[in-house]
Write a protein that binds this ligand. Structure first.
Ligand SMILES: [Mn+2]
Length: 426
């Protein structure tokens, strides 16, 4: 589908009138959209492999990228090239999310507790030239010292110390990235710790994890541009019975810690019928920041590509209704190796942005009024009515204004890139 500008504009003008009848100014919403930034995870581009020679293909950590579509990025240059191409198909200006395993060490073996900002120089230069931000994550998996299933909550002091050092190094790197780029850098801690089967020492592991986190967050690191966050999980492959860093654990930790730490909700890290959307306002009530990892679990935490489904829309609506876009950070977290990885990125990012636009276009004030009047029938009827407002015409205008292909015409560009670039990697 190729739309010309006249059609896009005419559709938009009609949509604008419809929204105006509901008291929504679409021009204003579009200008808000320009300020929305989501974090594009680098690990979709290489199936969470990373650049460490010694641990490549080690996997672990309870995650699993399935599929073998050709063209996986094999090094920093390829990954940056793919990311940059994907970004040219996503409206708006967005951040890139790195894991520690994407350090570039010129073939030298650098242990994770020895990493520094120097090993991310290429990423920094690249981001600086494009004026984009970077987020960061320590990598507590795919490593010989993570093979026991325990890292920060390990009863083995040597193992635990190693990972604490990695956690501190990672905060330092994130702090420096933020300072260099003059943009907030979120350093998100997720650990795979847990056990396959019934575990007796649950309390002991959780006490150890608390102490390890205290050590990591007590390290003196400049927080001018750094936002710390912690991510819970329900279970992973190999940690079905017990996950140390559960939701309850981190809720308790974040709310009682003297350090300012955000909580990360990954849409795949809860029971399949549990709504993450409803958790957001609870955390905001305690003035905490929230990091969202948008993902799509299919029956389990399968990390399917994000699509515009009810859960993603509900999450964005909650942020909009709480007027909390300054306290809630959006990031993507999925990895599908069975399809073109650029299609995965672009589809997921565009779906996430669509959900935000859809939420911003909601005539929320009418819902609030109905609620204040106690007229819940009216509220329900309005919610249904809103679903068929001409949102697509506003989305097309947003893409067009952002100089991004409108409709599915971006797919042709991916196919060209696949022929020219990805096929040469076979
Ligand atoms: Mn996640």
């Amino acid at each position: 589908m190729n739309l010309d500008y006249e059609k896009i504009l005419a559709d938009y003008e009609r949509a604008k009138e419809v929204y105006k009848d509901f008291g929504v100014d679409t021009d204003e919403v579009l200008s808000k959209m320009k300020g929305i930034s989501i974090s594009l995870h680098c690990w979709q581009g290489d199936d969470v492999t990373g650049f460490e020679e010694a641990t490549k293909g080690m996997g672990g950590g309870g995650i699993l990228a399935t599929g073998n579509y050709f063209g996986r990025a094999r090094n920093g240059d390829e990954l940056r090239s793919d990311l940059e191409f994907a970004m040219s198909l996503i409206p708006g200006k967005h951040k890139v999310n790195l894991h520690a395993i994407y350090a570039e060490t010129d073939g030298k073996k650098v242990e994770r507790n020895e990493l520094s900002i120097d090993h991310f120089e290429k990423w920094l230069k690249w981001a600086k030239e494009r004026d984009i931000g970077i987020d960061f994550n320590p990598t507590f998996f795919a490593h010989p010292k993570a093979q026991s299933g325990y890292t920060l909550s390990s009863t083995d002091t040597e193992i635990r110390e190693f990972w604490i050092e990695h956690g501190i190094k990672s905060r330092e790197i994130a702090s420096q990235i933020g300072k260099e780029l003059k943009k907030t850098c979120i350093n998100n801690i997720w650990i795979p710790d847990g056990s396959k089967d019934f575990t007796a020492k649950r309390y002991e592991h959780r006490k150890i994890l608390k102490e390890s986190l205290d050590e990591i967050f007590s390290a003196s690191v400049d927080k001018t541009y750094l936002v710390d966050s912690v991510e819970s999980k329900l279970f992973g492959i190999g940690s079905e019975a017990f996950v140390v860093g559960s939701h309850e654990f981190y809720m308790g930790y974040v709310f009682t810690s003297k350090h300012d730490i955000a909580i990360c909700f990954d849409l795949g890290h809860f029971h399949p019928t549990e709504s993450v959307a409803d958790k957001i306002s609870s955390v905001l009530a305690f003035s905490k920041k929230v990091l969202l990892h948008l993902s799509r679990g299919m029956r389990w935490d399968s990390d399917h590509v994000v699509v515009l489904n009810d859960e993603v829309v509900s999450v964005s609506q909650e942020v909009k209704r709480a007027d909390a876009f300054d306290r809630v950070f959006f990031a993507l977290d999925f990895f599908d190796a069975s399809i073109n990885r650029i299609i995965a990125w672009v589809t997921g990012a565009r779906a996430a942005l669509k959900s935000i636009l859809y939420a911003l276009l909601e005539p929320t004030h009418l819902l609030n009024e109905a609620e204040e009047e106690g007229d819940f029938g009216k509220r329900l009827a309005l919610l249904e009515e809103f679903k068929t407002l001409p949102f697509g015409a506003v989305w097309n205008k947003f893409c067009y204004e952002s100089n991004i292909p409108v409709g599915n015409s971006w797919l042709d560009k991916v196919k060209e890139y696949e022929e020219k670039v990805l096929k040469s990697r076979i």
